[in-house]
Design a protein around this ligand. Structure first.
Ligand code: URA
Length: 222
């Protein structure tokens, strides 16, 4: 990770890691961190943050110019060029970010990838993968609220790449420095969008200060 912070596109960029410093995102993030925040509010806030992050992350989508007629004049106006997009949540917590992104890009296809950690090798292993069939023609946004060790994100992106995906970005709410480093090293071509970079991982793999287990908090499980 590069140390020099530079401003790009209204975000803070650390090399190819973009930190969303928008006040609305930061405010909502504070509330999902709070331990008192219940499942309903947590879910709603994750959804809202995902929408706000998608707004920024799609800033460079290509546009075409078309001729239109308003009630009073002919004019040229811009429309999305029709780039095909795909969203890939890492199961299960990534599911909490999908609807928020679909609000802005409702035609995006949604793939899924599920991974578990092998108890012996401690490496992530795929247990479920389903991607759109036109994978080579799509740009993908891989989502997971937490980037902890980075193992799942690295493997999910491996899964997409080995099936032909060429352009991928990764979006999460909170990252640990360890996870960012691992993801940048494994996939230097993947831009990473985060809302916060926290201090560290603890001995159990939780991000500190973090927000606890994002999946449990989203789905009300323990
Ligand atoms: N996954 C979570 O949900 N929380 C963490 O802190 C780390 C990984």
């Amino acid at each position: 990770m590069q140390e020099n912070l530079k401003s790009k596109k209204g975000l803070f960029s650390m090399g190819k890691v973009y930190v969303f410093d928008h006040p609305l995102i930061q405010h909502k993030l504070t509330y999902i961190r709070k331990k008192e925040t219940g499942t309903k509010e947590f879910r709603e806030l994750v959804d809202e943050i995902a929408t706000l992050m998608a707004f920024e992350a799609t800033r460079d989508l290509p546009l075409d110019e078309i001729e239109i007629e308003t009630p009073v004049a002919k004019t040229k106006a811009k429309v999305l060029s029709g780039k095909k997009l795909g969203i890939v949540p890492i199961l299960r917590a990534g599911m909490g970010m999908v609807d928020g992104i679909l609000k802005l890009i409702p035609a995006a296809k949604v793939g899924h990838v599920g991974l578990y950690r092998d108890p012996e090798t401690l490496k992530p292993v795929e247990y479920y993968v389903k991607f759109p069939s036109d994978i080579e023609d799509r740009d993908f946004i891989v989502v997971d609220p937490m980037l902890a060790t980075g193992g799942s994100a690295v493997e999910a992106i491996n899964s997409l790449k080995k099936r032909g995906a060429k352009h991928i970005i990764f979006m999460c709410l909170i990252a640990a420095p360890e996870g960012l480093k691992a993801l940048e090293e494994a996939h230097p071509d993947v831009d990473i969008y985060i809302a916060a970079l926290d201090e560290r991982l603890n001995e159990k793999g939780y991000i500190i200060p973090g927000l606890g287990d994002a999946g449990d908090r989203l789905f009300g499980t323990k």
